[in-house]
Design a protein around this ligand. Sequence first.
Ligand code: CA
Length: 408
Amino acid sequence: MTGLRLAVVLLLAACGTARSEPTKPTSKLPAAEKPPAPTDLRAFIEALRPDALSRGVSPRTFAAAFSGVTTADPDVLARTRRQGEFARPVWEYLVGAVSPGRIARGQAQAARLAPTLAAIEARFGVPRWIVLAFWGVESDFGASAGTVPTVRALATLAQAGFRGTLFRDELLAALAILERGDIAPSGMKGSWAGAMGQVQFLPSSFLAHAVDFDGDGHRDIWGSQADALASIANYLKSLGWNPALSWGYAVTLPPGFDLTAYRADLSDFARRGVRRTDNAPLPSSGNASLFLPGGLGGPVFLITDNFEVVRAYNTSDSYALAVGHLADRLAGGPSLVAPWPSDAARLDKGGLQALQTGLSARKLYAGEADGRAGPKLREAVRRYQIEQGLPADGYATPALLEHLKHRP
Ligand code: CA
C-alpha cells in the first residue's frame, strides 16, 4: 500500500497534475520538447547485480531481464522533466474519465464478464462496479495498458536517481516478478513510470497484491482479465474496503442545510434531509462526510471511509471521485446535474499555496504549502469558514483568499 501510495504522490508531484495519463502510450512528446540524449545504462545494471542476486534473482533471469537494455529511455527521462502548470479541476478530469463512451464500454464488459465479476465479488467483497471503474480509469478496460518496457523504464529512472531510491527498489521488485515467471521480460510493459499492465500496479504492489484468478499459475495483469480484475479487488480488500458501504453517494442538500456539521453518521444525514440523487435510501449506518468539490451550488457527495481506500490507490480527490462516479454510472446511476463552478471561481496552484500559507499563519492548516487541494486543506478551509460565519463548504476560491487577506 505505502509503496504505491508513495509512488503516486511522487508522480503527482512530478507531473503536477492528477494522474490522468499513465495508461496511455508515452512515446509522443510535445514538439517543442527534445528528448535528452540517451545515457549508457550498462554500468548501472552491473552495479545492481549483487543486490538482485542476494534477493534470489538468478543470473539467468537477470540476464534475460536486461537483454537488449543498454541505454536509458529518452522518452522516460523527458517525462520526468515535464512540469505541469497546475492541477486540472475535478470537473475537467471527470469529463475525460467518465465519458459516455467509457460508460458504454464498461457496461459491455460487465455483461461479458458477469460470471467472473460475481466470483470476484464473492471472494473479495468489493462490488463489481468499483472493480470495473478502476479498470476503466487505469487502462480503459485493458485497451491502454501501456507499451513502455518496464525494466528499461525503471532502470532509466533508477539510474537518474529520480525520487531517491524508489525506482531502484521497484526495479528489484520487477526482477523478483520475472524470477517467479509470472510474465516474460518481453511482456512486462506499462507506463513511463513503471506502472504495469491493465491495473497499472508498480512492481512492489504487484508482489503484494496481484492474484492468479484464472488458475493458470501465473499472476498475469497484462493478458488475463480475470487476474487483472481480481488483483484490483484484492488490493482494495487489503486496504480495508468495507463491503457494507459504497465509496460515497451523490446527494442533494435540503434548503438551509447546516454545513458546520459536515461529518456524521449516514443515519444522521438522512434525518437532516440529505437525499441520494438516485432516490435510493442511504445505508442505515456508517461514517460519512460531506464533499463539495466545486463548492456550494455544485455537485454534493457524502463520502465514506471507502473513499479513502480509493484515494490510497491514487492520492488525488479527482481520481477517487472519477472511480466512484464511474462505478455509479456503470451501475445505471444518474449523471451529475448540479453545475460546476466557472474557472474564475477556482484557485490555481499559486493561489492555493497563498491560501495554505495564510491558513497556517492562523494555525488552521498544518501541512505543507504545496498548492495541492486535498482533505487537509479542505478541513482547514472549513474551520476558517466556520470561524468567520461563512458557508462551510470547504471549497477554496479566490474570494476566500481575498477574505483571508483582509482579516487581521
Ligand atoms: Ca493467471
